[in-house]
Design a protein around this ligand. Structure first.
Ligand code: OSB
Ligand code: MG
Length: 368
């Protein structure tokens, strides 16, 4: 596969409702849409770095720079046979996993289109529809949160994740648990606690949660292992896991019992597959995290989540949960059993909606 041109678009997507986490509140979501050209084929990729460095140090601007000046030149005009080979070419760039992952996604899409195979087929995914849930941001009050959660339950979601932070943890979670005693419920702190301030998390231990996601700092596997010893509820790591090596180390030190896999965070789908394989061998459940992706990234997440080790519902909600106007022609909808169908077309199996794409574009660049 010889890629001759790479096109970048900085997109700003207006969220249907603002999304608030322990690291901030946003009304829109930025990303970079990548088009990689090879002969008559075009592969799409989504770089999930956001406008601000809240979830990770990467931003649209850092990813733009790293892609433009380092990664794209390493990807262009040379024969690339497989994603692993692309990662070897990227090896001289330290870090910047989201920038790398966006380009790797475009390569997977191209390879699938050339072979007439879907990403699910290429990965060996076994599920044609995957179990999903919804991630609900911080709301004005516990009462408002219960109402928002109720709205999603009415739409058919059977697993809910709520965001927590210090001061907005026990009260919010208890309110949802009391309103919905049987709900499959989990919480995500996005690194907002320290071991010394984790007292509130002990109260959550009695609320029958599926898991507590990323309570402590992203660079702190050790204190997660200390905290996990004191909790019955499984800790799930998100921000802390940047590679299959981290995943192995986290499991070996019992820093978590569940792993959230996001291709963007770990540098690409191939590393995501490696984490899945490692966890499957060890009987550790994984699930597919989300980054408020457009339809392009959503298709990629669905393909990844079709692998057999993804035994917990993913943060992959229907298109209409996120944006008034998405950039793909395909719209992902929720089935009555809280699943979403995995695309079956070649590659990612999505096509773009040119007018919507134009309206979302803030900047564009073609390399070369
Ligand atoms: O921590 O899982 C997270 C969104 C942006 C950044 C980080 C996270 C999230 C979500 C939303 O929780 C998941 C989704 O529905 O895409
Ligand atoms: Mg998370």
């Amino acid at each position: 596969m010889k890629i001759t041109q790479i096109n970048l678009r900085h997109l700003r997507m207006t969220l249907r409702t603002p999304f608030e986490t322990s690291f901030g509140r946003s009304e829109s979501r930025d990303c970079i849409l990548i088009k990689a050209h090879a002969g008559d084929l075009v592969g799409y990729g989504e770089c999930v770095a956001d406008a601000e460095p809240g979830y990770s140090y990467e931003t649209v601007q850092t990813a733009w720079h790293i892609i433009q000046d380092y990664l794209a030149p390493a990807m262009l005009s040379q024969d690339i046979r497989a994603p692993q080979e692309l990662q070897e070419r990227f090896g001289f760039v330290r870090g910047h996993p989201m920038a790398k992952a966006g380009l790797e996604m475009a390569l997977w899409d191209l390879l699938g289109k050339r072979e007439g195979r879907s990403l699910r087929e290429m990965f060996g995914g076994t599920q044609e529809r995957v179990s999903v849930g919804v991630s609900v941001g911080l709301q004005a009050s516990p009462g408002a949160l219960v109402e928002v959660v109720g709205g999603y339950l009415a739409q058919g979601y059977r697993r809910v994740k709520i965001k927590i932070k210090p001061g907005r943890d026990t009260g919010d979670t208890l309110a949802v648990r009391q309103a919905y005693p049987e709900l499959r419920l989990q919480v995500d702190a996005n690194s907002a606690y320290r071991l010394e301030t984790a007292q509130a998390l002990h109260q959550l231990d009695d609320l029958n949660l599926l898991l507590i996601e990323q309570p402590l700092a992203e660079d702190d596997l050790w204190d997660h292992s200390q905290l996990q010893k004191r909790l019955r509820t499984p800790i799930c790591l998100d921000e802390s896991i940047l590679s299959a090596r981290h995943a192995r180390q986290a499991l070996e030190m019992n820093a978590c019992r569940v792993i959230n896999i996001k291709a963007g965070r770990v540098g690409g789908l191939s590393e995501g597959l490696a984490i899945h394989n490692l966890c499957r061998e060890r009987g550790v459940p994984v699930w597919c995290g989300g980054m408020l992706e457009t339809g392009v990234g959503r298709a990629s997440n669905l393909a990844l989540a079709s692998l057999p080790g993804f035994t917990l519902p993913g943060d992959i909600s229907a298109s209409e949960r996120y944006y008034l106007e998405d950039i793909t022609q395909e719209r992902f909808t929720l089935n009555p059993d809280s699943t979403i169908d995995v695309p079956g077309g070649p590659g990612l199996g999505v096509s773009l909606e040119p007018a919507a794409l134009e309206r979302a574009t803030l900047a564009e660049l073609s390399i070369p």
